[in-house]
Design a protein around this ligand. Structure first.
Ligand SMILES: NC(=O)c1ccc[n+]([C@@H]2O[C@H](COP(=O)([O-])OP(=O)(O)OC[C@H]3O[C@@H](n4cnc5c(N)ncnc54)[C@H](OP(=O)(O)O)[C@@H]3O)[C@@H](O)[C@H]2O)c1
Length: 265
């Protein structure tokens, strides 16, 4: 179902909350939902980038845009945001903020891994926990949990990131199952390599098979009601490979793909 069809059946005055809305995939979700007339609460860490995104959307005619700055590396800031979200009427939650980290395990600091775990695992769980009761009470809503196609395979040189996204995939599937008798729609989004600052933040430059973030957001929003969305056609065989190919072979293929796509040595 297209998002427009779903919105026709729902309350347009409730908020769409997007984490990681200042750039990349999250920003494209914000642009598309703003065009549908949804009031938005945009969340990210960099105030300047976030306000610039909000201003752009206002100039393009968005109905109502609010911003909330929080650093998801810091659990206290996430808890404060979670409390704030319990007081909002929400109909759409795009649980998207995340960071990547590549390199052999010992080449990054333990502190950097803790930060990744705080944002990719702890924050997305805490915020989901804050938003869900309101959705259950009103018995409708759309939740998009942004994982990664890489969550389906263990990937050396990208081990903590892919493990964090394996958590997101497992968590999102189980949560959708628990709520299958409600009118809340859950979508697990499994993007492949997408051209966003996600890669430059890791000093990487994707070379091939790269999607535009707006196409990822568009395909997701055209697929409301589809439980698991793989926007990049080049990735459609990955779930099958992950199931039938022996783990050691799958990891070898994944490392090769990582080197080709991201220039990892
Ligand atoms: N790009 C890809 O190839 C790809 C592939 C598969 C999955 N994904 C997933 O897609 C999601 C979005 O990634 P993207 O590609 O759009 O990356 P991006 O352009 O780097 O966007 C990441 C967003 O997360 C926010 N963020 C980063 N650190 C934060 C922090 N400490 N606290 C709060 N917010 C923070 C950023 O805000 P600030 O600018 O304020 O820091 C930004 O809005 C992530 O979960 C990522 O794992 C991406």
């Amino acid at each position: 179902m297209h998002i427009q069809e779903w919105l026709a059946q729902t309350q347009k005055e409730h908020y769409g909350v997007i984490t990681g809305a200042s750039s990349g995939i999250g920003k494209c979700f914000a642009q598309r939902l703003a065009k549908e007339g949804i009031p938005l609460l945009l969340v990210s860490e960099n105030q300047g980038e976030l306000e610039a995104t909000a201003d752009e959307l206002r100039q393009e005619g968005a109905v109502r845009i609010e911003t909330y700055v929080a650093n998801f590396f810091k659990p206290a800031e996430v808890r404060k945001l979670a409390k704030f979200l319990t007081q909002k009427k929400i109909s759409i939650f795009v649980n998207n903020a995340g960071i990547g980290m590549k390199g052999l395990f010992h080449t990054n600091s333990a502190e950097a891994y803790n930060q990744l775990i705080n944002i990719n695992i702890a924050a997305m769980t805490t915020l989901m926990h804050a938003v869900l009761p309101g959705l259950q009470q009103q018995n409708y809503g759309l939740v998009i949990n942004v994982s990664s196609i890489n969550s389906l395979v263990s990937i050396p040189h990208n081990q903590v990131y892919t493990a964090s996204k394996a958590y997101v995939t497992s968590f999102a599937r189980a949560l959708a199952y628990e709520n299958q008798d409600t009118k809340i729609i859950f979508q697990l989004l499994l993007p492949g390599t997408t051209d966003t600052p996600f890669h430059t933040r890791q000093d990487a430059s994707p070379q091939m098979g790269v999607m535009l973030p707006d196409d990822v957001a568009r395909i997701s929003l055209e697929s409301v009601g589809v439980k698991e969305v793989i926007p990049n056609k080049a990735d459609w065989l990955v779930p099958l490979i992950a199931r039938i190919v022996p783990t050691q072979v799958a990891m070898r293929i994944a490392v090769y793909a990582l080197k080709m796509r991201l220039g990892v040595k």
